[in-house]
Design a protein around this ligand. Structure first.
Ligand code: HEM
Length: 245
């Protein structure tokens, strides 16, 4: 797949990379895959809550000390944070530019493949356009809420404020609406990942045959399921299984 923008007719100069929709799709795919790696590691780390307060708080401390004494305190964690922030910006910026291009190309109507009388615009929303756009918004809002809750000085502290990550987590997930809000966000994340992972593989040129497409569908569903359920097991165990009480 060519990652540089096509040349204009009669012009030998290459356009900047960001003008190419293929390059923007590839940027979305790579930034999305980076975030998936983070999510897998994060979901795995959350299971330390089952080992008790000392282990979970120790793990949280280890994240800050990672790389010492080769690098200074919290440098590795900051490198990870910066990679994540850049990935989020690239992902959202590429999605926005591609969406605007699609709107311009269709005279502001979006896809007109499926006509319907069920909504104002007269065109059916596709499952993917809905989960990707609105799912993305829900995930963005969730991350802000989540960081204010379990990171960033515990600004939101349902169940009581604490300096211990273990206490923040066990106190928070003992409350039904905290569990419910995380469940809604994680279902949105799961749907977004299912379609997004599939699209990422297609954007990176791996979608080469109907068999491959079917295999990717299965892999994307499994990955989305593992991440969604994987994240939800500790909160549900705290609420229903009394972990931490
Ligand atoms: C049930 C689901 C989740 C639980 C229980 C959970 C738990 C936590 C905890 C306890 C922390 C603080 C770690 C510490 O202070 O050492 C944290 C940080 C964080 N979480 Fe989650 N998390 C969940 C889902 C997610 C999801 C779905 C995302 C992203 C979409 C996410 C993104 C983050 C980020 C970016 C941080 C900050 C890491 C840092 O820079 O220190 N989390 N999470």
């Amino acid at each position: 797949m060519a990652l540089s923008a096509p040349r204009r007719a009669g012009n030998t100069r290459r356009l900047p990379l960001w003008r190419s929709s293929a390059a923007l799709h590839a940027a979305m795919a790579v930034s999305g895959l980076v975030m998936i790696l983070f999510l897998l590691a994060h979901a795995y780390g959350n299971y330390k809550v089952f080992a008790g307060r000392e282990t979970f708080d120790g793990y949280s401390h280890f994240l800050l000390e990672m790389g010492e004494p080769i690098v200074q305190y919290s440098v590795v964690l900051w490198v990870i944070r910066i990679v994540l922030i850049v990935s989020v910006i690239v992902h959202i910026a590429s999605a926005t530019v591609l969406w605007k291009r699609m709107r311009r190309a269709t005279g502001g109507r979006g896809s007109t493949r499926y006509r319907t009388t069920k909504n104002r615009r007269g065109v059916q929303r596709t499952y993917s356009s809905f989960t990707m756009r609105w799912g993305g918004v829900v995930i963005g809002l969730f991350v802000v809420y989540h960081l204010l809750h379990l990171s960033a000085d515990n600004v939101i502290h349902p169940g009581g404020a604490s300096t211990s990550p273990y206490e923040r987590m066990t106190a928070g997930f003992s409350i039904w609406w905290v569990l419910a809000s995380y469940t809604v966000a994680l279902i949105a994340l799961g749907l977004h990942l299912r379609h997004g992972f599939w699209s990422a593989l297609a954007s990176l040129g791996a979608n080469t045959s109907p068999t491959r497409r079917r295999q990717f569908n299965v892999v994307a569903s499994v990955l989305a399921g593992v991440i969604t359920v994987g994240f939800l097991v500790p909160p549900f165990s705290i609420y229903f299984g009394g972990v931490g009480q």
